[in-house]
Design a protein around this ligand. Structure first.
Ligand code: SF4
Length: 207
């Protein structure tokens, strides 16, 4: 399938984000352009690889949030997009996010991914109803997560050594897309440093 490899996802996302940056649209819009380009790319992958049945069998659904308890590594552009979504919320909701971010930072600073997961640290953007509070603006790694077995996700969250069945194509496309976004940022002389979403939100909202 010419033009549908992971490196193509990286290249196309880098091009879309790079164009937004070249037009002076700023990092948040570059992140949005990267997301739009990757959505479109994955749609082509879905058709080419006939993934509809596998996607229909995904267990991921609104309110299921086991995976929202791990370190989400993001670029500064994704943080800008998240920041815009937080800023658009009413003061009470922003204060709740800030409190959860403070708690996550207090528990999680210095932990690696395995330790963070074991500590069951909740993403500060995760609302009490199990929904992502910034769903439309969620970072690229959050769009990569998928599972065909929510029970396996729960058991893993509870500490059992269990493998979660995932759709590798979805994970791979979004992971390479984030690399493309980082490349576009670096090319434009902007920070492409990997940030921990929860800790970055804490820094952002510190009074
Ligand atoms: S940003 Fe949203 S989807 Fe991503 S980990 Fe946090 S709550 Fe979950």
């Amino acid at each position: 399938m010419a033009g549908l490899g992971y490196s193509d996802a990286r290249r196309q996302t880098a091009a879309a984000a790079g164009e937004a940056l070249a037009q002076g649209q700023g990092p948040a819009k570059a992140a949005r352009a990267a997301i739009t380009a990757t959505d479109s790319f994955f749609d082509r992958v879905r058709v080419a690889l006939k993934l509809d049945e596998q996607l229909a069998n995904q267990a991921c659904a609104a309110g299921c949030s086991w995976c929202c308890h791990q370190i989400v590594a993001i670029t500064a552009a994704e943080l800008d997009l998240v920041a815009e979504a937080i800023a658009a919320k009413p003061p009470k909701a922003r204060a709740a996010i800030a409190a959860r971010a403070r708690e996550a930072a207090a528990k999680g600073a210095g932990l690696d991914q395995r330790q963070w997961w074991a500590a069951r640290i909740r993403c500060p953007l995760l609302e009490d109803d199990g929904l992502c509070g910034i769903h439309e603006s969620r970072p690229l790694p959050c769009r990569a997560h998928n599972s065909a077995d929510a029970g396996a996700c729960r058991r893993s969250f509870e500490g059992e050594a269990v493998r979660t069945p995932v759709l590798a194509a979805q994970q791979g496309v979004w992971a390479h897309a984030q690399t493309g976004l980082a490349e576009a940022l670096a090319q434009a002389g902007q920070s492409a440093m990997g940030l921990n979403l929860a800790l970055a939100v804490d820094e952002l909202l510190k009074g």
